[in-house]
Design a protein around this ligand. Structure first.
Ligand SMILES: [Zn+2]
Length: 199
């Protein structure tokens, strides 16, 4: 696996500190998908952090569906760019794209762990007993999914075509132009060049 790493230092677009904004770029080759650029941005001053991925080859906007049925499904690879929607309808889970959405290269288990982390945060901040109970029930279901004792569907939709679930049993469907336009409305892309122009 080829691994090209590049590190860049800029002024922070969030807090304005000089040279504190470190951008690390990695190239990863993903079998059956192609080369992907993984970018992490961290400000050493204000601790702003963001990561994202995008493929170096042009890809079609698609909807990926995987029925998680056994432990084997947990190892299937997931490329999630900040422009992707993640849904697990059986659990009522939806993670939307947006300025705080994180892009990553992981697997199905990694996605479940991320959802579990969000639920743990929800439990800490829950305002009612009911909210807390609901989140704890979901955590229990995620635990069962990870043990291969429950089933659910993982759906990944990316109107820019930057994301995918890769592996046997994954259903793929090309998005219609209308769907793409509708889904794009929810996406905010941070443009560092524009931030620089403002100064
Ligand atoms: Zn900063």
């Amino acid at each position: 696996m080829e691994n090209v790493q590049n590190v860049q230092r800029l002024d922070c677009p969030v807090c304005g500190s000089k040279g504190s904004f470190v951008i690390t770029t990695h190239q990863i080759d993903i079998p059956y998908f192609g080369p992907v650029l993984e970018t992490t941005m961290i400000c050493e001053k204000c601790n702003f952090r963001r990561s994202d991925v995008f493929p170096l080859e042009v890809r079609e906007p698609k909807r990926y569906k995987l029925k998680i049925k056994s432990e084997r499904d947990l190892n299937k690879r997931v490329v999630r760019s900040s422009s992707a929607y993640i849904q697990i309808p059986e659990l009522g889970v939806e993670i939307k794209p947006g300025p705080l959405a994180e892009g990553f290269v992981s697997n199905v288990e990694g996605v479940l762990n991320r959802v579990d982390n969000i639920l743990q945060t929800l439990i800490r901040w829950a305002e009612t007993e009911e909210q807390r109970k609901k989140a704890e029930e979901l955590r229990e279901r995620i635990k069962k999914l990870k043990e291969g004792k429950d089933e659910a569907t993982l759906i990944l939709i990316d109107p820019l075509g930057h994301s995918a679930i890769i592996g046997e049993g994954v259903e793929e469907e090309i998005l219609s132009e209308e769907e793409v336009e509708k889904l794009k409305e929810g996406i905010v892309i941070m443009d560092l060049d524009k931030e620089k122009e403002k100064k």
